[in-house]
Write a protein that binds this ligand. Structure first.
Ligand code: SF4
Length: 191
């Protein structure tokens, strides 16, 4: 098995990437570095769920550095510009994951972010590719999005905590607005 450092945003999004990467011959070590998640209680809840799942599955978990001040200084000012905001957010987290991978002697690096259809897939991969190259690593880029429904099903079956927004305060507002819009559209279609 080839050791791979897998940046993880949460436990539910790790389920399918870990299964599929193992099928390919990789042995993922999970790396948590998500200073984007707000508020603190939410961050703690997602990390606790990931700790539980890793312990149950005998998966190594590295809790890497998290620079909230850098997130506030470099990502938050991009606010409503989602494309630039998310690129900067991916870069901050994946840079830390690549730093850890390099320091610990990994050759391969990946991220579970690519499982969620909410994420900016091409942007995320572009950021990972650049950072992996800068750290002398090989990025393992896969399209896990078709497995999102299975990840949802399995995480429900396991009784995992499932969040309903990406992580930052901007995404919490965006997700709430999306849900309100969908509710309104449903109501309108029934009239
Ligand atoms: S929406 Fe998600 S990826 Fe984008 S800035 Fe917020 S937490 Fe980061």
């Amino acid at each position: 098995m080839k050791p791979l450092l897998l940046h993880a945003c949460c436990a539910p999004c790790s389920l399918e990437p870990v299964r599929l990467l193992r099928e390919e011959g990789f042995e993922p070590t999970i790396c948590w570095t998500n200073p984007n998640i707000q508020p603190h209680d939410e961050w703690q809840r997602r990390l606790d769920e990931l700790r539980r799942w890793c312990a149950d599955g005998d998966i190594e978990l590295i809790e890497a550095g998290e620079d909230r001040e850098r997130w506030e200084a470099g990502v938050a000012p991009l606010g409503a510009d989602r494309a630039r905001r998310c690129r900067a957010c991916y870069a901050l987290r994946l840079a830390e994951a690549c730093r850890v991978a390099q320091e610990r002697g990994f050759e391969f690096v990946g991220t579970t972010l690519a499982v969620s259809p909410y994420q900016l897939f091409d942007t995320c991969n572009d950021v990972l590719e650049r950072l992996a190259a800068a750290h002398g690593l090989t990025p393992v880029i896969r399209d896990f999005r078709p497995y999102y429904p299975e990840a949802t099903r399995r995480s429900r079956e396991l009784g995992m905590y499932r969040q309903n927004y990406c992580g930052c305060r901007f995404s919490a507002v965006e997700a709430a607005m999306d849900r309100a819009r969908i509710r309104d559209e449903r109501k309108a279609s029934k009239k």
